[in-house]
Design a protein around this ligand. Structure first.
Ligand SMILES: C[S@@+](CC[C@H](N)C(=O)[O-])C[C@H]1O[C@@H](n2cnc3c(N)ncnc32)[C@H](O)[C@@H]1O
Length: 281
């Protein structure tokens, strides 16, 4: 697959700026990000690259007084996530109970839940704040015998943990066919047989039976747009966990959720990223 590499130089440059860049660029199709001292390198499939969309994102960059310039290059064809995995994906332990590692790791800590992920081109190794916050929520949740939907499943890391914690049945949905294929591989690697993976978006939920628990780690705008479809397949007492947005987005997310009959329970914050929990009244 052909990729475009965009090298962004930001001044000033700090973790908040590279996080916001990654969040905004993910919304226009960028898949992987490698922060560097002066900014970040970001990768997008050549067929999805729209330079005008990139210019608009950078022109409307929400942190004032940030100077941003970029250069483009077309690196040789290779699997960039594989490169990233080999060089940067280290085993990670979350909540002292869940270890995530890849097939090529031989030395990793033992934990109650041992998840093997080969992310290839999909998002979800547990290193991102949003994934690890939802994992921490799932470790606290009672999932035994509950039906779970993982919307925007990426690698299906969250669906796999839910199944390991007793959820049954589990449905995982993603809009990206790379994620759907990768999910199926990861589910098999973890010897799980009760997760159904589907390609699509919230329109697939139309007419669906209610879920006891819904997880959606996507982004603010998609969550705001798709929340009515999620709540249409929840019953009184169903739980909704959402992430993929920042502290400052909580009021908008909360207002929408409450207008749909959800009650806010709490939020969890990590480097300004948040995960929120709601329960249907
Ligand atoms: C931030 S990643 C989360 C991946 C994984 N669930 C995790 O927590 O690490 C968001 C995922 O949502 C998918 N996605 C984006 N828009 C979507 C939509 N409208 N419906 C379903 N999935 C979507 C993306 O392809 C991506 O895999």
């Amino acid at each position: 697959m052909k990729y475009i590499e965009v090298t962004i130089k930001a001044h000033p440059c700090n973790e908040t700026i590279t996080d916001v860049l990654a969040a905004l660029m993910a919304e226009i199709g960028f898949e992987s990000f490698v922060p560097c001292e002066s900014g970040t390198q970001a990768y997008i499939q050549k067929t999805l690259f729209d330079e005008e969309a990139l210019k608009n994102v950078l022109a409307d960059f929400p942190i004032p007084d940030t100077d941003i310039v970029y250069t483009l290059s077309e690196p040789e064809d290779k699997d960039w996530n594989e490169e990233w995995e080999k060089n940067f994906f280290q085993p990670i332990v979350i909540g002292e109970r869940c270890v995530i590692h890849s097939t090529f790791h031989t030395d990793y800590p033992k934990a109650e839940y041992d998840i093997v992920i080969n992310p290839q081109m999909a998002f979800g190794t547990g290193h991102h704040e949003t994934t690890s916050s939802i994992i921490a929520e799932l470790l606290d949740a009672d999932l035994k015998g509950k039906s779970v939907l993982d919307m925007g499943c990426g690698t299906s890391i969250l669906a796999i943990l839910a199944s390991m914690r007793g959820a049954n049945p589990v449905t995982a949905i993603d809009i990206d066919d790379w994620c759907v294929n990768n999910s199926r591989d990861n589910i098999a690697l973890n010897h799980i047989d009760n997760i159904t993976v589907e390609l699509g978006d919230a329109s697939l939920l139309h007419g669906s039976a209610p879920f006891d628990v819904i997880i959606a780690n996507i982004n603010r705008n998609i969550l705001l747009a798709d929340m009515p479809a999620y709540t249409a397949c929840m019953h009184s007492g169903s739980e909704l966990y959402m992430s993929g947005f920042y502290m400052e987005d909580i009021p908008a997310i909360r207002e929408k959720a409450e207008s749909l009959g959800l009650e806010f329970t709490h939020h969890r914050e990590k480097n300004r990223w948040v995960a929120v929990k709601f329960v249907m009244r």
